[in-house]
Design a protein. Structure first.
Length: 231
């Protein structure tokens, strides 16, 4: 049974989430303020946090920073703030995903499954091989192969920067990663304000690894937020 902490000061939404999640066998706890959320994370040790940004005492981004000071619990932001800067700030603070209100319950459940899969015991060390479509990525040997319909296998050659970007994404399957996170991880902290680099290299990755580069299936753009790898 997954322990879920819902942090929202809207009593109707909190109640609806509690009912829906309990109906699916989740153990649900509710906090209505940022301070209560931090106390509950410490006392309950939830497996997942669903967090609204608009809390009465603390901004949700402050709560994320507070939790990330000592816990890696997955955090899904559930917020009515649709502005790109709010989404990026939450992701850069350490949120794992961002769902904008209004939302569908099926979508939220799918996001929950994705982030909790990544946090299961044994998942902290990524598998040395990642497969998607006709591509196999060997993280240990830093090698990529592509298998064609006739069974023929050919290597795919990436530049060092392309490999670094690919590795950053495939090590976090399903996770929404902000542009700032990827730029800092691949190019270094002084490059976080150079999104053109990221767009260029994402285009190159898709050209080499997607079956239809102009209609990507695996390296997805989340407008205003960042990118997501979907196996």
């Amino acid at each position: 049974m997954t322990r879920v902490l819902v942090v929202d000061d809207d009593p109707q939404l909190a109640r609806a989430l509690r009912i829906n999640l309990r109906a699916r066998d989740h153990d649900v706890h509710v906090a209505t303020s940022g301070a209560e959320a931090l106390r509950t994370v410490a006392s309950v040790s939830p497996d997942l946090v669903i967090l609204d940004l608009g809390l009465p005492d603390l901004d949700g981004v402050e709560v994320i920073h507070g939790v990330r000071g000592w816990s890696d619990v997955p955090i899904i932001v559930l917020s009515g703030r649709g502005a790109g800067q709010d989404k990026v700030a939450a992701l850069d603070a350490g949120a794992d995903d961002y769902v904008t209100k209004p939302f569908g319950m099926d979508e939220l459940l799918a996001r929950m499954r994705a982030v909790t899969r990544r946090s299961l015991p044994g998942d902290t060390a990524p598998a040395p091989r990642v497969e998607f479509g006709d591509v196999t990525v060997d993280l240990a040997d830093k090698a990529i192969t592509r298998t064609f319909g006739d069974g023929d296998t050919q290597p795919v050659h990436l530049t060092p920067t392309e490999w670094s970007l690919l590795e950053a994404l495939v090590r976090q399957p399903g996770k929404l990663m902000s542009q700032r996170q990827l730029l800092a991880q691949v190019w270094g902290p002084t490059s976080v304000n150079q999104p053109a680099n990221l767009r260029l290299y994402m285009t190159q990755l898709r050209r080499k690894l997607e079956p239809e580069p102009t209609r990507p299936r695996h390296f997805l753009t989340e407008p205003g937020m960042g990118y997501r790898f979907r196996p």
